[in-house]
Ligand binder design. Structure first.
Ligand SMILES: [Zn+2]
Ligand SMILES: [Zn+2]
Length: 282
């Protein structure tokens, strides 16, 4: 079966049993989905049994679903607290291995905050931490850095900063991809409200990072204004990016064969979000 791009999906609950996530995704009319493979606020991951792995893979393949893991929230590769810094290295390495066992396409993380160290030292620490985390990893789940909303000292809110990290000598050999979150990018000052501004933003992305690095888009409208530095997701067309912007984003995703994942609140409006994005690709 030839796939239509972009495949449209959402963040889906994997509560109870990971192998239920693809079934819930199908029920929600998703063509791809994202989930947490461990408690997002902390605590150990449930071990993967043979049964969970088999069921998860079957439920994905029989429904033609691409899958993605979102890392837990406490990850910070620039933390001065050893528990958090080394915890981040260990947990993300584990998540990539678990993803590979499950046949997951990619995993995205937020890099963390530079508040303890200042930008320059924080970036050095992130590079060292990511190199340590990726060392010895040969699995099939691709590692992605998610573009963040530039609140406080958040790392990864500009294309230049992400480029500095992934192109550093220690990381260049790993094929690190990028997850572009429309709400975060907009809040960090990248305009996406019209076809012209979407084109300009991705032209810049191409110049600084290369469009080949773009692997996934989190499609979220933004409750707050351009460059507001706030991370507040809105349903598609109900925020400051608006429908014209998303039409252009869908067009671009179609051309580049990149999938879209919604991270808007579950419920009736998210069903609409899915339908709006699917209709835009026609
Ligand atoms: Zn996101
Ligand atoms: Zn967000």
């Amino acid at each position: 079966m030839t796939k239509i791009y972009p495949q449209v999906g959402a963040h889906i609950s994997a509560a109870g049993d990971l192998s239920l996530a693809p079934l819930r995704a199908k029920e929600a009319n998703c063509e791809c989905f994202q989930f947490f493979s461990r408690p997002p606020q902390g605590g150990p991951a449930k071990p993967l049994t043979e049964k969970i792995i088999t069921d998860f893979k079957i439920n994905c393949s029989k429904n033609n679903l691409a899958s993605y893991i979102h890392s837990p929230y406490y990850i910070n590769f620039a933390s001065v607290e050893n528990r958090i810094y080394y915890g981040s290295i260990k947990v993300i390495h584990e998540e990539l291995e678990r993803g590979s066992q499950l046949g997951v396409d990619a995993l995205m993380i937020h890099l963390g905050s530079a508040k303890d160290l200042g930008d320059k030292e924080a970036i050095k620490k992130v590079i060292l931490g990511l190199a340590e985390m990726l060392k010895g990893y040969t699995g099939s789940t691709q590692f992605l850095i998610e573009m963040s909303a530039g609140a406080g000292a958040i790392i990864g809110d500009t294309f230049e900063e992400i480029a500095q990290i992934i192109n550093s000598p220690k990381l260049k050999k790993y094929d690190i991809g990028i997850c572009f979150d429309t709400c975060h990018a907009f809040a960090s000052g990248y305009d996406l409200r019209t076809e012209a501004t979407v084109k300009a933003t991705f032209k810049k992305f191409d110049q600084v990072l290369g469009l080949k690095k773009l692997k996934l888009i989190h499609a979220n409208d933004s409750l707050t204004d351009l460059d507001s530095k706030k991370d507040r997701h809105a349903h598609i067309g109900q925020g400051k990016i608006g429908l014209d912007g998303f039409k252009a984003i869908v067009k671009l995703a179609k051309k580049l064969k990149i999938n879209l994942i919604l991270e808007t609140p579950d419920g009736e409006d998210r069903i609409k979000d899915i339908n709006i994005l699917k209709a835009m690709r026609k």
